[in-house]
Design a protein around this ligand. Structure first.
Ligand code: BEZ
Ligand code: FE
Length: 308
């Protein structure tokens, strides 16, 4: 007869998963039990604290909607998203560094002509973005779809606003690379912004005296056929939150120098009515497989069988 006391309980719970048919699921569950039990023992967790945690997770779930994923935000601010990213991208071999997808990737970006101002209706200092996608040897990759998205001048993504459903995307597009692997577009200079703070995750951030800010950035998702999908951001040099991103997403290599320009025309010959900014960045992708991510954690729940 097993004794379900502090000394023997953990082993009994681990054994209860011994007959799990999927070996990866068995491993993940048994390790989860070990880590959770270790946390409870180490902290001498009280009933009130356990109750608080259950209530916090319940409220986190209730805050999720079709267009808001509070659990991803929780994972982000605890550094779990970046750790999952790190363990899955240990060998970059010269490929561009990755970072979090974030909760504002909504998929289905519209293919947009090079040179388009994707924030035409928004006030803000204009920026011309010129980029190129190559393989690890510097060979240009043509016809690669690249999704781009960023926040507006007030720090909100289009998908956080009700107009998104009626008026469509703003500061969000898909570009297809040309024969030289290049594409360019215009937009506003993005600003730093807070992650949503009106839910339980924001409450935790405030109560622990952390700030909720992300440094200014543009998201890029490069999905070239025959290459690993590249999920990354390009950050603006000089932003005051680069050292303290609330989701721990900044890597040195992803910080771009932004040049201030006052030429009357931009590199594609279009007229500039005021001083503007130039961002230049090159992405390097690694041969491989993989589908681009499903937005907002909508993928069906399934743990894959490990490869033989
Ligand atoms: C974002 O960059 O869009 C983001 C990433 C993680 C949490 C919140 C926002
Ligand atoms: Fe973002």
């Amino acid at each position: 007869m097993p004794q379900f006391n502090e000394a023997e309980l953990t082993a009994a719970v681990i054994r209860s998963f011994d007959n799990t048919p999927n070996p990866r699921a068995k491993f993940l569950l048994q390790e989860l039990v070990k880590s959770l039990h270790d946390y409870v023992s180490k902290t001498n967790l009280t009933f009130d604290e356990w109750d608080y945690a259950i209530n916090f997770l319940t409220r986190t779930g209730h805050t999720c909607t079709d267009i808001r994923q509070e659990f991803i935000l929780l994972s982000d601010v605890l550094g779990v998203s970046m750790l999952v990213d790190a363990v899955n991208h240990r060998d970059r071999d010269g490929a561009t560094e990755t970072t979090v997808l974030g909760p504002f990737y909504v998929g289905e970006h519209k293919v947009t002509a090079h040179g388009t101002d994707i924030s035409e209706a928004l006030d803000g200092e204009r920026m011309y973005v010129q980029t190129r996608v190559t393989d690890l040897e510097g060979k240009p990759i043509a016809n690669a779809p690249v999704d781009v998205w960023h926040a507006d001048g007030d720090g909100y993504y289009d998908s956080q606003k009700p107009e998104f459903l009626t008026e469509g995307p703003v500061s969000r597009a898909r570009f297809i690379t040309d024969a030289d692997g290049s594409f360019h577009f215009k937009t506003i200079l993005p600003c730093s912004y807070p992650v949503p703070t009106d839910g339980p995750v924001g409450e935790m951030i405030k109560q622990t005296n952390r700030h909720p800010m992300r440094p200014a950035h543009i998201h890029f998702l490069v999905a070239a056929k025959g290459y690993e999908p590249l999920i990354t951001h390009v950050f603006m040099e000089g932003d005051k939150y680069l050292d303290s991103d609330v989701v721990f997403g900044v890597k040195d290599e992803l910080i771009a120098k932004i040049e201030k320009r006052s030429d009357a025309t931009m590199p594609d010959g279009s007229k500039a009515s005021a001083p503007w900014h130039l961002m230049t960045y090159e992405f390097h992708v690694k041969p491989g497989e993989g589908a681009p991510p499903a937005p907002l954690g909508t993928k069906p729940a399934k743990v894959s069988e490990p490869a033989e």
